[in-house]
Design a protein. Structure first.
Length: 269
C-alpha cells in the first residue's frame, strides 16, 4: 500500500531509474510502489515470481510502462549481471540501487547445517555484492549515482539463535562502508539502512516460532534482549522513508552512513 502522494516529495525521483532487489514483498515492495507513485522507473528483482506479478498488479496500469521485473536468485552473479544489463536496455541507465533482498535463518550455531549457513551468506551478503558490483560499474563510468543496502540492527547487537543472519548483516554493513570509500572519488554514494523489528512477513515468521509483538517491544532479559523505547514495531514505510532519503539528492553529502530505524532498540550503538 502506498501513502497519499502529498506525503512524499513526488518530484525528486521523477524519471529516474531505481533498481530494487527483494521487491516482491515487505520493505522492497513498499519501496517499489512508492517510487512508482513518485514517477520513477523501477526495475524489480526477486526470486518470488508470483510476488512480482502482485507488485505489477498493485502498481496499476499507469505504472506498467515504468516497471520492469525479473525473477531470479540474487546469489547467482550471472543472472544478476544479465538482469541489470536487460533492465538498463529497458529503462535506461540505473541512477539508484536499493539492495533489500534477504532471508532470515534462525538456529543456534551448534544446530545450523552447512546449507543453512551458506545459503544465508549467499543471499544476504552475496546478493548485495553481486548487485552492487554490477550496478557500480555503470555508476562509476557515469560519475554519478547512489546506493542503499538494507542491513539490520542485528549487525551490531548479538542475538541468540540468529548468528547466521546477524553475521551476514554485519558483513553487509562493513562491505557497504568499503564500497562507499571506493566510489566516493567517482561521485557515487553508498549508505546502509539498518531496520529493527518491522511488520513484515519475515518478522511474523519469528513470532510464529515463539516470539511475539509484545515480547519484542518489552524486551526479554532472559534472552539478553532490550525492548523498543518508542514502544512500537516499525512499518515498512518507516524504513522506506529512510531509504528514499539516503538515495535522494537531499542526502548529497552523506556517504558511509549507517542509519538505524529501530525505535531506539539498540540504544544507537
Amino acid at each position: 500500500m502506498t501513502r497519499n502522494a502529498s506525503s512524499s516529495p513526488s518530484s525528486e525521483f521523477q524519471g529516474r531509474h531505481v533498481l530494487i532487489t527483494g521487491a516482491a514483498g515487505g520493505i522492497g515492495q513498499a519501496l517499489a510502489l512508492q517510487l512508482l507513485q513518485d514517477g520513477a522507473r523501477v526495475s524489480a528483482l526477486d526470486l518470488d515470481a508470483q510476488g512480482l506479478d502482485h507488485l505489477r498488479a498493485s502498481g496499476g496500469a499507469d505504472a506498467a510502462p515504468q516497471l520492469w521485473t525479473r525473477a531470479l536468485d540474487v546469489s547467482e552473479s550471472g543472472a544478476v549481471n544479465a538482469a541489470i544489463e536487460a533492465a538498463e536496455q529497458a529503462l535506461g541507465p540505473i541512477d539508484h540501487l536499493a539492495c533489500v533482498a534477504g532471508v532470515l535463518q534462525m538456529g543456534r550455531v551448534t544446530e545450523l547445517s552447512d546449507e543453512q549457513w551458506s545459503r544465508t551468506m549467499a543471499i544476504n551478503l552475496g546478493g548485495v555484492f553481486n548487485a552492487c558490483r554490477a550496478v557500480a560499474r555503470g555508476m562509476v563510468a557515469r560519475q554519478r549515482g547512489s546506493i542503499v543496502n538494507v542491513s539490520s540492527n542485528a549487525a551490531t547487537a548479538p542475538r541468540a539463535a540468529m548468528s547466521a543472519y546477524a553475521a551476514s548483516k554485519a558483513a553487509v554493513t562493513q562491505f557497504s562502508r568499503c564500497l562507499a570509500l571506493e566510489l566516493a572519488e567517482h561521485g557515487v554514494r553508498c549508505n546502509t539502512v539498518s531496520p529493527g523489528s518491522t511488520d513484515t512477513e519475515m518478522q511474523r515468521a519469528m513470532w510464529r516460532q515463539g516470539s511475539s509483538r509484545e515480547t519484542v517491544i518489552e524486551g526479554d532479559a532472559k534472552a539478553f534482549r532490550l525492548g523498543i523505547p518508542l514502544r512500537k514495531i516499525a512499518t515498512p514505510d518507516d524504513v522506506v522513508d529512510a531509504i528514499l532519503f539516503l538515495l535522494s539528492d537531499r542526502a548529497g553529502h552523506i556517504t558511509l552512513h549507517d542509519m538505524r530505524v529501530d525505535g531506539g532498540a539498540t540504544l544507537d550503538q
